[in-house]
Design a protein around this ligand. Structure first.
Ligand code: PBG
Length: 317
């Protein structure tokens, strides 16, 4: 009667890693219970999530081949485009969100176009290998439109590229996808908790890090500035990522941007910590998961993107 925070299956978004092939369910060692799935298997998983009351999935793709700008991600034959079409056909009511970033698709593993070519590089003043912000926007636009063409309901740019929301919004509108929403990774930190994801999505950087564009874990006021920009550029929903080490940032954005739905990403490393401790018998998994998810909601998230979605939805039934 007096409980302030409630948790339910419809708070969750369930991430799926889609790969080429048929009948593939390739387990990810550092994320027990999570697999890379071929399109047919991703349909089954999406159907299961929907039957448990989870309203949305978030798709990441593992491409057949990688190149400097991640071409597969804007191809209609790309693995995510295929999965979107298949899932929307099988479970039309399920919201399909797609990740709009390049790191899983580029041969260098970075989230955008790089300044390469030695003496001939496009920006001689910037170092070799530096991520080029504006050149990346053009590619993100093509990816977002390709996903919308496949039937995505919402696109989620995760690269922290400056101007990505305005650029994608403009591209979507010009292609007659005004109805497709944008969930922006507004405050995404350069975090150590993405380790297992990089195994899952095969998208770790081959060199360097993401600190020129992802946020410094020491900064909270900067998150407000990032979110302000996203709101001004037309984001429909905001996000804080990771969740657990940033509950204060979730609260800050909730208080400041009450008009926008706020998502929090309970990331791979947070998932792996609970799974590892539970596997060793050091923690009560069910209690720890529900406590964690409740805390993320209490901090102010409306939407929780979590690999625990399926299990938590079962427990909450
Ligand atoms: C980048 C992206 C990452 C995650 C989601 N999108 C990795 C990164 O920025 O290095 C991490 C999600 C997780 O750890 O669960 N496309």
């Amino acid at each position: 009667m007096v409980r302030e925070t409630s948790l339910a299956a419809d708070d969750f978004v369930y991430p799926l890693f889609v790969t080429h092939g048929r009948g593939v369910r390739k387990p990810i060692a550092s994320m027990p219970g999570v697999c890379q799935l071929s399109v047919d298997q991703s349909i089954a998983e999406a159907e299961l999530a929907a039957s448990l009351g989870v309203p949305a999935v978030l798709l990441f793709g593992i491409p057949a081949s990688k190149d400097p700008i991640g071409k597969e991600n804007f191809s209609p034959h790309g693995v995510v485009a295929q999965a979107v079409r298949a899932i929307k056909q099988a479970v039309p009511a399920l919201v399909v969100i797609t990740d709009v970033c390049l790191c899983e698709y580029t041969d260098h593993g970075h989230c955008g176009v790089l300044n390469t070519g030695g003496e001939e590089r496009p920006h001689p003043r910037l170092p070799e290998g530096y991520l080029l912000n504006d050149e990346t926007l053009d590619v993100l636009d093509r990816v977002a439109v390709a996903h919308a063409e496949a039937g995505a309901d919402v696109v989620a740019p995760s690269g922290m590229i400056d101007g990505m929301v305005r650029s994608i919004r403009t591209a979507l509108d010009a292609a007659n996808f005004a109805h497709v929403g944008i969930l922006s990774y507004s405050a995404k930190y350069a975090s150590s908790f993405y380790g297992p994801f990089r195994e899952a999505a095969e998208g770790g950087p081959r060199f360097g890090d993401r600190k020129t564009h992802q946020m410094d874990p020491a900064n909270a006021r900067e998150a407000l500035r990032e979110a302000e920009r996203d709101v001004a550029e037309g984001a429909d929903m905001l996000m804080v990522k990771p969740a657990l080490a940033y509950l204060d940032v979730i609260r800050l954005l909730r208080d400041r941007f009450g008009s926008h739905p706020l998502a929090a990403y309970n990331v791979s490393g947070e998932y792996a910590m609970i799974k590892a401790a539970a596997a060793n018998g050091w923690i009560d998994e069910r209690a720890a998961v529900l406590e964690t998810l409740t805390a993320i909601k209490r901090a102010g998230a409306d939407i929780i993107i979590t690999y625990h979605a399926k299990e938590a939805a079962q427990w909450l039934k």
